[in-house]
Design a protein around this ligand. Sequence first.
Ligand code: ZN
Length: 271
Amino acid sequence: MQKSILKNVFYCCALIYSAQTLAQLPQDSRRPGGIAVIPLASEVQNVQYQNHPVLITQENGQKYAVLGIPLSAPSSGQIQLTTNQQPISIQLHSYPYAEQHITLKNQDFVSPSPEQLARYQHEAKEQNTIYQSFTTSQWQHFPKFIRPTQGKFSNSFGRKRFFNGEERAPHSGLDIPAPIGQKVVAPANGIVVGTANYFFNGNTILIDHGQGLISMFCHLSKIKVHPGQIVHQGEEIGLVGKTGRVTGPHLHWGMSLNDARVDPQLFLSSE
Ligand code: ZN
């Protein structure tokens, strides 16, 4: 009798322990725009996907590769990773991303002029350089993320978007409707690697969390940090606004991993 109580206590503690520690890693969701959390043999020192280094971390003595899967990856297809050992193959699942039809009064945001297009291309290059960067992580365990602002999360990541009837790139982030001036905080520790006023994204902040993990916050009314600044989880970085291509005030929260834009909700522990 006593033995079985002890056994139950042990199982219970083991469950709490694993729930707490596993919550550090993002959720595994092997679909375009998702994340694969892949256990690695200890001899694997590096992993690459499409010539980008892939984030490697450890939890409870187990090594993992944490791979961002691009929205452009083939649904239900396989993707290949190279390593210093055997290659790794990942099977993807299809995911029913919804369509969204948006009406914009400002036609410039649907069909930009040659000058606006040149500005956008310059800005896209600047952002891509940041997404493709790979810095040493400052953490030992994968950083746990918190919500960057209060509000109802619309399930808007990955939506196929049509602006005034014309198809454009799928939505690469998560929109959180919120009033202008509401506080936006750093969801995890990191270094501010970019602040700018972009044509489509409006006032934007980019934070590097290490090993190709970058977060992005757009349409802000105010930016309260500067490039090179170290920010800590929960620290105020800016205020919600409606700058750039928007239909109303909200925070656009993007997450990029090995240059793949992935669903930010996968970084939040499923409460
Ligand atoms: Zn958005």
